[in-house]
Design a protein around this ligand. Structure first.
Ligand code: NAP
Length: 475
């Protein structure tokens, strides 16, 4: 059994009310551990810890912060295998994917170790010539980092590393399905000797601690990754104290394959984009638009590839795809497929729940999907590849943009002009041209429209945890 407690003042603490909740392995339904169900009293202590450490961390030499972040990267990689095994056990993804998520998370610490010494302001000429004007970047303050279950390790790292580089102390609130991997990250970070109070962890029911955390006046930044519906609640909660908010929310990504593209590359791209983590990825394609001339070839090749995907417990060496996170997730996927079939779509591969233990839905290809079906309207968050047909470029760009979401879009073409038009026309924060996995550490990741506010990763990621202070001197 694995145990997660709250972490503050550099130590582990049981909850004041002594309540806990259990955590299940989605591949076996076995209980694997439990975490503290914290109350508002615990939350107060956690925030207090971050506040106490805040001033000295903000004033600490950037080079020292950078060294600690570099050490964090190293400590994570030294524990990569153990972290990956726990990640698979708790979240379900295959071990190969879990190792890669841990390495991805570690790279954020490495990247922001470098960034910590490159935080600087500007000078600018005054219009009258009799003033000296300059800016300085200052840490925004104590930051609440609220993360989802689908990339429960990397999403913490993607927020924590830039926050620490900027000089902010943090309170992490992981998802209820995945508190154990968050606690394990904290155990690894203990080896780095960050000053007590720099990083803090609280686990529990978001209805109790969520609004209290977001609405606390000591919190100056909320960095949230999760669903658009909860993102709206966070925005409302942050309004009370005009707290700065970054939101990485849901998507509905189009994947457009033109006649001139390599069908083989496009199908490999779909496999990487759609079936990783059993399709539970914010940037996973939700709508695959195929130009009529290559529709049959794409369907055949994709069906062939999907049929060979090995589904099983992520800890098994040969499993390529694991379970979904819980029963509700399986129900939602089954509902979307049933809606499409009822309205005339045809299942080419899969299309069924795997009976027995675990929350498995078989990898699926479904053809004849229309824009109005649930599969194309809502984030399915499962291993279902819906194929839609189009004829013309202008038509498909218009259909792709017909969504309130704007996180990621993918285009497969060999025509440079078309690629350039796609990058300009598609209303999405990330456009992958012949690239199915553009979520790079060094790139600004984030969405337009209902997919969010702000960016994570790259230089822009650290700016989310900084404010600009401006000084004018008359002479
Ligand atoms: P979620 O239900 O919105 O939960 C996200 C986090 O918010 C969890 O820690 C959750 O805690 C917490 N939470 C829930 N209600 C809250 C409240 N009222 N106040 C404060 N916190 C609250 O999302 P999810 O199901 O975990 O994650 C899947 C979603 O995340 C998908 O929509 C996916 O697209 C999105 N996502 C986006 C990105 C991106 O980069 N844009 C990356 C990954 C995932 P509990 O778990 O305890 O409820």
């Amino acid at each position: 059994m694995i145990d997660a407690q709250c972490y503050y003042e550099g130590r582990w603490h049981e909850g004041r009310q002594g309540r806990r909740f259990s955590v299940e392995n989605p591949a076996t339904n076995a209980t694997i551990g439990s975490a503290v169900a914290a109350g508002v009293e615990d939350l107060d202590l956690v925030i207090q810890s971050a506040v106490r450490a805040g001033a000295s961390w903000a004033e600490s030499p950037p080079e020292r912060r950078g060294r600690l972040l570099q050490a964090a990267c190293q400590a994570i990689m030294e524990n990569q295998e153990d972290l990956a095994r726990l990640l698979t056990t708790e979240e379900g993804k295959s071990l190969r994917e879990a190792r890669s998520e841990v390495a991805y998370g570690a790279r954020f610490f490495e990247y922001y170790a470098g960034e910590s010494v490159r935080i600087f302001g500007d000078t600018m000429p005054s219009a009258s010539g009799s003033r000296s004007i300059w800016t300085v970047k200052v840490p925004i303050g104590v930051s609440a980092l609220i993360t989802p279950w689908n990339y429960p390790f990397a999403m913490i790292c993607r927020k924590m590393a830039p926050a620490l580089a900027a000089g902010c102390t943090v309170v992490v609130k992981p998802a209820e399905q995945t508190p154990l991997i968050a606690a394990q990250l904290f155990r690894v970070l203990e080896k780095v000797n960050l000053p007590p109070g720099t990083v803090n962890l609280i686990t529990g029911d978001p209805e109790i601690i969520g609004p209290a955390l977001v609405g606390d006046s000591r919190i100056r930044k909320v960095s949230f990754t999760g669903s658009t519906s909860v993102g709206r609640l966070i925005l409302r909660g942050a309004a009370a104290n005009i707290t700065s908010v970054s939101l990485e929310l849901g998507g509905n990504a189009p994947f457009i394959i033109f006649d001139d593209a390599s069908v083989e590359d496009a199908v490999n791209g779909i496999m990487a984009c759609k079936f990783r983590n059993a399709g539970q990825i914010c940037v996973a394609t939700n709508r695959i638009y195929v130009q009529r001339g290559v529709a049959a070839a794409v369907q055949d090749r994709l069906s062939e590839a999907v049929q060979h995907l090995r589904v099983g417990n992520g800890l098994d060496d040969d499993a390529q795809m694991g379970p979904l996170i819980n029963r509700e997730a399986v129900k939602k996927v089954a509902q979307h497929v049933a809606d499409a079939v009822q309205r005339g779509a045809t299942v080419a591969v899969g299309g069924e729940v795997r009976e027995g233990v675990g929350f498995f839905y078989m990898p699926t290809v479904i053809a004849g999907v229309q824009d109005t079906m649930q599969l194309a309207q809502e984030e399915t968050f499962g291993p279902v590849a819906p194929l839609l047909i189009f004829d013309a470029e202008e038509e498909v760009f218009g259909r792709a943009n017909q969504t309130p979401y704007g996180l990621a879009a993918y285009v497969y073409t060999r025509d440079l002009g078309r690629a350039m038009r796609a990058s300009k026309t598609l209303e999405f924060g990330m456009v992958g041209i012949n690239d199915p996995v553009p979520s790079l550490v060094e790139a600004p990741i984030g969405g337009l429209k209902a997919s969010g506010l702000g960016r994570e990763g790259g230089h822009e990621g650290v700016l989310e945890f900084l404010e600009t202070k401006y000084v004018s001197t008359r002479f």
